[in-house]
Write a protein of this length. Structure first.
Length: 55
């Protein structure tokens, strides 16, 4: 192993804070979309009576 001149991660942390925020936002959007689709599937699987009660 060769000694590193810069501590690992220092080059990343400089310019990637904005990228990290973008990543987090994108992941949050994907998660919310997944949740909505799951709820749609669940409500589609419910009998009509239960759907009416939820409204």
């Amino acid at each position: 192993m060769q000694p590193q001149s810069a501590p690992s991660g220092s080059a990343l942390s400089r310019g990637s804070i904005e990228n990290r925020k973008k990543d987090i936002d994108e992941r949050k959007e994907l998660r919310e979309r997944d949740t909505r689709e799951e709820e749609k599937k669940r409500s589609a699987a419910l009998p009509e009576k239960e759907k009416e009660q939820r409204k």
